[in-house]
Structure formats: C-alpha cells, structure tokens
Design a protein around this ligand. Structure first.
Ligand SMILES: [Fe+2]
Length: 265
C-alpha cells in the first residue's frame, strides 16, 4: 500500500518543521521507507505578510526538490500551505491551494477555540468553489468539547484532516477520543502526518493505516490515505459520504478544569 501525505512541514528554514536540509531529506527517507509516494509540503502561513513571501517559499520548495533528486529519493513533492485563517485572508496566491490545484486548501485556526468569523469565511470561499480542508480538528478544544461542530462544517462543505498520531495518542487521550469519534461518525476525509521532525511528529503513516484498516476496514483506510488524496490533487470532487451527527456528552468537572488550564496556557 502506497500513501500520499497532504500535511507536513518538510521544508527547512521556514517554520517550526525541519531544522535544516539534512533533516528534510531524512524525513523524506523515513516517509519513503514507510511507503509514502507523494507529499504536499504545507509550510505554515500565519499572516498576510507570510503570503507576500511567496517567491521565497517557492525557491525553498525548488531547493528541496533539487536536493531530493540529487539524493535519489523518488517521492513526488508538491507545494501547498497550511493557512492560519484570518478575517481578511484572500486565496489568490499560487501557494494557497494544495498542489496549486486552485481548489482545495488546508486551513487551521486557534487550537483553543473556533473564531466566530471562520464559518462565514469558509462559506464565502465555498461559494467560489474553494474547498477548506480543516487541519487536525480533533486537536481543537471547541471540537473536543462539542464534536457536533465538526458535523456543521462538513454539512456546509468543508472536509476534515485528522493527524496520524492523534489516533494512537500522541496528543493525549482526549484528542485521541475526539479523533475516534470523528472516525466513527464518518467525518474524516484525510489522514496526514503533520510531520515536523524525525521523532515527535515524524513523516509516517503506515502504523495509523493499519489501525484504521483494523478498526474501520480496508476500503475506508485506502480512501483516507490515498484515494481521496489523488482526487484532491486532481481538483476532483470528494463526496463527504454519509456521516452521523455526534451527540456531545456533558463535561465532567475534571474535563472543565483541564479545558480551563489549556485556555490560560
Ligand atoms: Fe501543520
């Protein structure tokens, strides 16, 4: 089984991902040994100022491709971005959409909440056929507390990307529970590494593929690790399929305290 990773921070010298080119290449080798055949690099774009540095980012991407070729790493490398959604963010730059397909973009927002403007902003984008893929919703405190919010986004046309590590507890048990709830409700469309380094958040997918295959079946696993990715790169439609609403359980006192501590940190 081959994989396509649509979310990682492989490009060195840009964000909190790979520290240098050596690490970028090591991450690619790690991915290659794991069965990854294509990657879309998604460096963080945190502001309009970052977007203005598009040419710089494209040069770094070209350098990564050149170095990977010299190192005889056969992974196909595309460029995209992980956009931290701002009220005034336009998607008019090449790097905004994944693999520059003009249609799908990877969006993140604050981990502690969902800002009020986000739903409207996504709706505006969707009206122009720009489709948000929400990065790691299972890590967002609002969605952990009220997973039905994830359903509302999908109902409006957004797609969801869960991190591979979330499904085996890398980000803690509450994130893992949220990831499993989203999977059970058929609300996940992509699983990606969000690879930042070689150990903590590596460029690995196979372990999670096996978990998904075991718990939710082979057909589902292939869709979430490869087939939807191919459609996305080609800017084709990805039907959300039949998903279920998630009923939230009231929070325990301990969970409320833990949320409060997360917020003030
Ligand atoms: Fe990321």
């Amino acid at each position: 089984m081959k994989f396509i990773d649509i979310h990682n921070h492989l490009i060195a010298h840009w964000d909190d991902g790979a520290e240098d080119w050596e690490m970028s290449l090591e991450m690619l080798r790690q991915g290659m040994d794991d069965g990854i055949e294509q990657v879309i690099c998604t460096p963080h774009i945190l502001s309009g100022n970052d977007l203005k540095r598009e040419d710089e980012l494209i040069s770094l991407y070209e350098e990564l491709k050149r170095r990977a070729k010299e190192a005889e790493i056969p992974i196909k490398i595309h460029l995209g971005a992980e956009l931290y959604i701002q009220p005034d963010m336009m998607l008019d730059r090449k790097i905004c959409t994944l693999a520059q397909n003009g249609r799908y973009f990877l969006a993140e927002f604050s981990m502690s909440m969902i800002p009020d403007f986000v739903a409207q902003k996504f709706f505006d984008y969707l009206l122009t056929d720009k489709i948000p893929i929400i990065a790691h919703p299972e890590r967002n405190v609002s969605i952990i507390n009220a997973p039905q919010k994830a359903c509302e986004f999908v109902e409006r046309g957004a797609l969801l990307q869960v991190n591979a590590g979330s499904l085996y507890g890398v980000f803690g048990s509450r994130v893992q529970t949220a990831a499993v709830q989203l999977m059970d409700a058929n609300l996940v469309h992509f699983i990606a590494s969000d690879g930042h380094d070689l150990n903590t958040r590596p460029l690995l997918l196979r372990k999670t593929f096996e978990i998904v295959k075991e718990k939710w079946g082979d057909e589902r696993a292939r869709k979430l690790f490869y087939e939807n990715q191919v459609k996305m790169i080609n800017a084709e439609d990805i039907p959300a399929g039949n998903f279920q609403m998630i009923n939230s359980q009231p929070l325990s006192f301990r969970e409320k305290i833990s949320n409060f501590i997360n917020k003030i940190n």
